[in-house]
Design a protein around this ligand. Sequence first.
Ligand code: CMC
Length: 428
Amino acid sequence: MAEKATITLGEKSIELPVITGTENEKAIDISKLRGQTGIVTFDEGYKNTGCTVSNITFLDGEQGILRYRGYSIEDLAEKATFTEVSYLLLYGELPTATQLKDFEGQLTQHTLVHENLMKVFEVFPTGSHPMGQLMTLISALSSFYPESLNPNKSPEQLNLTIIRLLAKMPTICAMIQKKGKGHPVLYPQNRFDYVSNFLYMTFGNVTDEYKPDPVVVDAMNKLLILHADHEQNCSTSTVRIVGSSHANLYASIGAGVAALWGPRHGGANQEVLEMLEHIRDIDKGDVKKVVAEAKDKKRLLFGFGHRVYKNFDPRAKIIKVACDNVLAKLGVNDPLLAIAKELEEAALTDPYFVERKLYPNVDFYSGIIYKALGFPTPMFTVLFALGRLPGWISQWKELREKNEDIGRPRQIYNGYTHRPFVSIKNRK
Ligand code: CMC
C-alpha cells in the first residue's frame, strides 16, 4: 500500500501522499493541503521544500555524495571531458564516440556570435563587473534569435537554441575578459576542442600562435565538470522559476547568472580570493584573529559552509588535490595557498565550525587555481557560470519536457490589516 502521512489540525485529520525517490528520499506531497484545509506550509529559504521530481543530479549532503545521472562526481572529474558531461546532463546518457563527435561538431558550428553583440560592450563603463556583462549578453541573445522566444515551438528548435547557447558561452566569456583588458577579441578556432578554444580566446593573442597547455586544459575540464550541476541551488531554482513562466532559454539563463553573482552563492569564489589577500596584506597572516572574528559574526568565512553539505563538499576535496597538482605542475608558488590551508585547519578544529558543520565548499580552493591559470579575480564567477551552464540548461529542459506548472510560492501576510485612506493634507 502506498505510504501516507497524516496531518491533524484541530478536529480534522487528512492523509497526504508520500513520494519516494530512487535513492529512497521521501517527501510529503502537500500540493492539495491548502485546498483541503485552507492552510499553507511555511519554509523561509526553502530549507525543507522539494519543488520538483528530477532525474538529473543526486546529492546526499550528510554523506558528501554528488552524482550526475547516476555517475559519481569523482569518476566524472577524473575520467570525462566537460563536453561529455554536458551531453550526459542534457540527454541523460554518456555519449558514444559517434554521438560525442556529432555533439562537438554541432557546438563548433555555432561558436561565433553576431557582430552586433560586440557593440553591447560599448555601453559598459570601464571596470564594469564581468557578471553584469555576462547577464546582459546572454539575455541579449534572445534579440538575435527571435525564433527562440517561444520555447514550445518544436523539440528541434529547442535543441538548436540549447546548442547555440552552449557553443557561444565560451566565446562570450572570453570576450568579456579581452574587452576588460582592452585587448582585441579573438574569434573562435574550430580546430580546438571546447575547453581549448575557450583558453585560446581568453589567453591567446592576435600577435602570437597559441598552444594550449595540457595541464591547463585538464585543470579547466575538471573545474568545469565539478561546477556543472548541483540540483536545486539558488541559481538553478531561479532558472527553473523563470522558465516555468515559459520565458525563453536565454532570458531564463540570464536570470540564473544574476542569482549566481551573489556572494553567498557563486560570487563567493571572488570573495574567497579577496579574503585571502586581505588576510595576507591587512591581517598580516593572523588566521586566528580571522577565525575569532568569524565566530563573533563580524565577518563571514567565504568558501565555508553549505546549505546541503553537512559533512564535506566532495567537490572541495577534488579541487584541493587539483590545486596542489596544478600549482606544482605550473611551478607556481602562491603564498595564498598556505594561508588557505592554515585557515581550513584552524576552522576545522574549532568547535564553532565543527558544531555548525561548516566545511570548505567548492569555492574555497577554486580561486587559487583560477589565479594560477591567469584569470583576473572578477572573472571567477563567470567561470562558475561557464561550468554551471549545462546544468542550468538540463534543468530548464527537464522542466519544459514535463511542462511543469508555473512556480508561484505563497506567503504569510504580516502587514497592516485594512485601514482607511488618508488624504495628503491630513498625513503627519
Ligand atoms: N562563516 C562563519 N559562520 C558561518 C558561515 C561562514 N561562512 N556560514 C554559516 N555560518 C554560521 C551562521 O552564522 C549560523 O550561525 P548561528 O547558528 O550561530 O546563527 C550557522 O553557521 C548556520 O548558517 P546558515 O546561514 O543558517 O546556513 P545556510 O545553510 O543558510 O547558509 C551559506 C549556507 C553557504 C549561504 C553560508 O554558509 C555562507 O554564507 N557561506 C559563505 C558564502 C559561501 O562560501 N558561499 C558558497 C556556497 S557553495 C557554492 C555555491 O553553491 O554557491
